[in-house]
Write a protein that binds this ligand. Structure first.
Ligand code: IPM
Ligand code: MG
Length: 360
């Protein structure tokens, strides 16, 4: 099969980790007889430096014209980088929000999985970890506070800032359907997270989730308030299968969920629209402090590429092969510094990519 992949390397460690993901994808091509054609696309600080804006219309068109987008990470050090002297709509992150909206990537999947081999890195007590946990956060990605009307004003000499949280039932329904579809292929449970004891948007969210749930009698569901969910994630993470939630709650809870696995450098993500198209990126950021030092963990990006094979290209066997190669390398004891522990073999970004590619 031939596929066109737009690659947004981005900033910081972005170029290094996407480079390793490409190495692995090239190996997949060789092994399974596919051809992947890559086009580099600038976004974030890398685009600001060249075009003065974090994402150009041409870049969006290139992304749209491809079968999927593979992304590294964007952004710099928020206190020292000149990018952060720019107005908010010109900063690197604005490019990410713009591409999510332009490509209608409303369904953001963030798996949080505890690797048996990395149990030591998990900050939770062994009795809480038990035999491990495996959850999938489904974060709504193109609505809510991130995209509501906002402004800052001065009224009678007093500064005031307004952000609005809006959802309509269609936006809630389409992401809810995705969550239930995914739960059906997993352990058949959806926990919908909201703040229905306070917010109107959450009360509508609950109603729509109940309407959708009626079409999935085989999938169990529950509602959970977001503050309680934050607590349950560290108290009893094993109870969760699919967590469905709105944009802002999902941003916060997915960082928490990834941290309880102990290794944010391992976690992938997929942002999907209502076609096969998707944008795939690691859950972590651009880590400018370690950029260019060959120490970043490329596994989250490699696993994001595996998600691309599975969700956008329907290449399940190929995706399984990449995931198995990652597990194999961990089993053999190879570790980048972020997941290093006693008695294991320390490797750099490039060597980790090569080891995984060789095992496909
Ligand atoms: C994420 C990030 C982004 C978000 C930032 C960089 C705008 O934190 O993907 O979780 O808040 O969505
Ligand atoms: Mg975030």
């Amino acid at each position: 099969m031939q596929k066109r992949i737009a690659v947004i390397a981005g900033d910081g460690i972005g170029p290094e980790i996407t480079g390793e993901a490409r190495k692995v994808l090239d190996r997949v091509c060789q092994k399974f007889g596919h051809t992947f054609l890559y086009t580099d696309v600038l976004m974030g600080g890398a685009s600001i430096d060249v075009h003065g804006v974090p994402l150009t219309d041409e870049a969006i068109e290139t992304a749209k014209g491809s079968d999927a987008v593979l992304m590294g990470a964007i952004g710099g050090n928020t206190s020292t980088s000149p990018w952060y002297q720019l107005p908010p709509d010109k900063r690197p992150e604005a490019g990410l929000l713009k591409i999510r909206k332009a490509l209608n990537l409303f369904a953001n999947l963030r798996p949080a999985y505890l690797y048996e081999e990395l149990k030591d890195a998990c900050p939770l007590r062994p009795d809480i970890i038990g035999d491990g946990f495996d959850m999938m956060i489904m974060r709504e990605l193109t609505g809510g506070l991130y995209f509501g009307e906002r402004h800052t004003e001065t009224v009678d000499g007093v500064r005031r800032a307004v952000d609005t949280l809006t959802y309509d039932e269609k936006e809630i329904r389409r992401v809810t359907v995705r969550a239930f579809d995914i739960a059906r292929k997993r352990r058949k449970k959806v926990t919908s997270v909201d703040k229905a004891n306070v917010l109107d948007s959450s009360r509508l969210w609950r109603k729509v989730v109940e309407e959708v749930a009626a079409d999935y009698p085989d999938v169990a569901y529950e509602h959970m308030l977001v503050d309680n969910c934050a607590m349950q994630l560290v108290m009893n993470p094993r109870q969760f299968d699919v967590i469905l939630t709105e944009n802002m709650f999902g941003d916060i809870l997915s960082d928490e969920a990834s941290m309880v696995t102990g290794s944010i450098g391992m976690l992938s993500s997929a942002s999907l629209n209502d076609t096969k198209f998707g944008l795939y990126e690691p859950s972590h950021g651009s880590a400018p402090d370690i950029a260019g030092k060959d120490v970043a963990n490329p596994i989250a990006t490699i696993l994001s590429a595996a998600m691309m094979l599975r969700f956008s290209f329907d290449m399940d066997e190929e995706a399984d092969a990449v995931e198995a190669a990652v597990k194999q390398v961990l089993k053999e004891g190879y570790r980048t510094p972020d997941i290093m522990s006693e008695g294991k073999t320390l490797v750099g970004t490039k060597q980790m990519g090569s080891l995984i590619a060789e095992r496909i």
